[in-house]
Ligand binder design. Structure first.
Ligand code: FUB
Length: 311
């Protein structure tokens, strides 16, 4: 990890491959949760067994907290330790994680801990399990009125209203389905005909709700697109969403996954690339860029970069 430098170079971690960054600011520390791409692939596909945590107080010096949750801790899961997000409520930390179930299909697990760096303990059952493959990439946010929302999904954006305990959800509302319209997510080439792909990141800032996500641009027939970042905004937590534009251009890596936070007066966008030696679509590395919001809350396209300054 970087030490005593005034500029933190990307990628943040160089000792292992990391992807799907999910920052969480707690107290004076920024915690960064990631997935972990194994060096050795099984069946030439994503080979991912555990979740990692790193922390910093200055964006340059990072502490590696190692493996903080893994498939070994989830009795009912057997594969695909995919994109997580962590949040604190009432002194407990909740790590929402997509996994592949032993009896097939994807579902969302929750690990609970007294510490941001774990150990996390699985509920023993899935929080969201619709019996299909859409239940991936959870993003969690607690609104000013105390209502928590968990959004997720590929190819559709869906959500549940979490109960105060953060480990169950309002069964009367059930799983809400966001209308996948071009007005909300732009015209694109993913399965809904919009740009929305996966990896949603949900938050609110200065009264505007933001949904940032991995997206597929419109493509000519037979043309292959890699993921870029796009964003949509809303005046309410469940929409209607209005497409805002491209947040980060597509890169050479097939996937990308946004994680956004404000920390010590700066705004950061975390993403992943395949730029470490040996990098590939299955060997990714987490990076960070600083950006600024425009006065109206819109965000200009953020460039991939070499790193950020110490704060
Ligand atoms: O990293 C595994 C999966 O690929 C994630 O869940 C998606 O967001 C994409 O990054």
């Amino acid at each position: 990890m970087a030490e005593n430098k005034t500029f933190g170079t990307n990628p943040i971690c160089r000792s292992i491959y990391t992807a799907d960054p999910a920052p969480m600011v707690y107290g004076d520390t920024l915690y960064l949760y990631t997935t972990h791409d194994e060096d050795e692939l099984i069946n030439d596909f994503y080979t991912m067994f555990d979740w990692r945590c790193f922390s910093t107080k200055d964006m340059v010096n990072w502490t590696d907290h190692g493996k903080i949750f893994s498939l070994d801790d989830i009795e009912w899961a057997d594969d695909r330790a995919w994109a997580p997000q962590c949040i604190e409520r009432n002194g407990k930390f909740y790590l929402y994680c997509p996994v592949h179930k032993k009896d097939s299909g994807m579902a969302i697990a929750v690990g609970v801990s007294d510490s941001p760096t774990g150990p996390f303990k699985d509920l023993g059952y899935p929080l969201v399990d619709e019996g299909d493959w859409n239940d991936i990439d959870p993003t969690v946010f607690i609104d000013d009125d105390g209502q928590a929302y968990l959004y997720f999904g590929n190819p559709e954006l869906r959500y549940v209203k979490l109960n105060e305990d953060m480990i169950s959800y309002d069964q009367e509302v059930g799983v809400g389905r966001i209308p996948m319209t071009v007005e909300s997510f732009g015209k694109g080439s993913h399965m809904t005909g919009t740009t929305y792909g996966e990896g949603p990141w949900f938050y609110k800032r200065d009264g505007i709700y933001y949904m940032v996500y991995a997206a597929f641009a419109a493509a000519a027939e037979g043309e292959h697109k890699n993921e870029h970042f796009a964003y949509s905004t809303s005046t309410g937590p469940t929409g209607p969403w209005v497409y805002g534009g491209v947040l980060m251009e597509e890169g050479p890596c097939f996937t990308n996954h946004p994680g956004i936070c404000d920390y010590k007066g700066h705004s950061y966008l975390f993403y992943h690339t395949d730029e470490l030696p040996g990098g590939s679509l299955f060997h990714r590395s987490v990076c960070v860029a600083e950006f600024k919001y425009n006065a109206d809350g819109s965000i200009d396209t953020v460039e991939k970069c070499d790193g950020v300054n110490a704060i």
